[in-house]
Design a protein around this ligand. Sequence first.
Ligand SMILES: NC(=O)c1ccc[n+]([C@@H]2O[C@H](COP(=O)([O-])OP(=O)(O)OC[C@H]3O[C@@H](n4cnc5c(N)ncnc54)[C@H](OP(=O)(O)O)[C@@H]3O)[C@@H](O)[C@H]2O)c1
Length: 306
Amino acid sequence: MKAVRVLEYGGQLVFTDVARPTIARDEILVKVKSTAVNHIDLVKASGTARQILPIDLPWIPGHEFSGVVEQIGSGVAAYAPGDAVFGTSPMGAYAEYLAVTPAVIARKPSNLSFEEAASVPVASQTAWQGIFTHGHLEKGQTILIHGGAGAVGAYAVQLASQAGATVIATASGADEAYLTSIGASRVIDYRAAQFEKVLREKVDVVFDLIGGDTQQRSFLVLKEGGHLVAATQPVSQEETARHRVSGAMMRLAPSADGLGRIARLLEEGTIRPDVATVYALQDAARAWKDIAATRRSHGKLVLRVA
Ligand SMILES: NC(=O)c1ccc[n+]([C@@H]2O[C@H](COP(=O)([O-])OP(=O)(O)OC[C@H]3O[C@@H](n4cnc5c(N)ncnc54)[C@H](OP(=O)(O)O)[C@@H]3O)[C@@H](O)[C@H]2O)c1
C-alpha cells in the first residue's frame, strides 16, 4: 500500500510503498479515505520532544482518519465490512490502510464527507474533554477559550455555547465574525489587546490552547475555585495554589462513546466541522509546510488518501 513515512528525526516526508497492516482478532482493518494534519505529528517527527514523545522509525504519521471497514477480526461484532467509520489512532493514518480497535472509532456522521469526518476526532474530543471533563463547565458559567478560532478552539466555542455557557474567545481579529457565528459572545484580538486588561468580570473556566505568557496571565482572570485547563503545557501548581484555582494539563483520551456523542451532535447540526484545505496524501509535505508557516484562515488541513 502507499503511505507517507518519516525515515529519520527531522527528515523529509517520503511517499512510498509499505506492507499493508495485518489485524489481530480484536481489530478492524480500515481502508482510509482521508486523514488530517495535527501539530503533534510535526513535533514527533522533528525529534525535538523525543524524550517525552518518542517514535519508532521509520514512522507513519497520522492520528485521525475517516474510511471504510475493509476487514474485521474474529472477535469484532460491532462493525462489518463496508461500514463508514472515523476515529483516532496513535499513529499510521497517512496510509491507505490502518489497523484500529473499535474502542477508538465510531460510525461516520452520514451528513459529513470523508474529508470533513477526518478533521473531527482529535479536535472535537480534545475540546469536549477540555471543557467538560477537566473544566467542569456548566450552564450559566463563563469560559475564556484561548485560540478559539483554531481546530480545537472552534469545537470548544461551539460545545460551550450549546451547553448554555457564555463564551469569550481570544483569536486574531480577522476571525471575529467566524467565532461570533459559531457561538462566541465576545472575541478579544490577542494582537490588539491583553485579555486580562479588557475583561471586566472573572471567568469560571479558562481553556488554554496557547500556553506560555497567555497561560501565566490567565490566573488573573479566573474566579476563585475556577478551572484552568491547558492543552499545550503543564500548569504551575504553585500558581494554582496561590490563586485558589485548579489547573492541569489535559491529554486527549479518545473513546468510542465520546466520538459517538460527537457524531450525533454533528448529524443533528448542533456543531459543524471546519476544513480549510484538502491536499492529496502525496502532498503531505506541502501540508506540513503550510501548517507550520504563516497564519492561515481557520479550519483543519486534510489529506485525501483514496
Ligand atoms: N493535550 C492534548 O491532548 C491536545 C490535543 C489536541 C491539540 N493539542 C494542542 O492544542 C494546541 C491547539 O491545537 P489546534 O489544532 O487547535 O491548533 P490550530 O488549529 O493551529 O489553532 C491555533 C489557533 O491559535 C491562534 N493563536 C495563536 N497565538 C494566539 C494567542 N497568543 N492568543 C490567542 N490565539 C492565538 C491561532 O490564530 P492565528 O493563526 O491567527 O495566530 C490559531 O487560530 C496545539 O498546540 C496542539 O498541539 C493538545
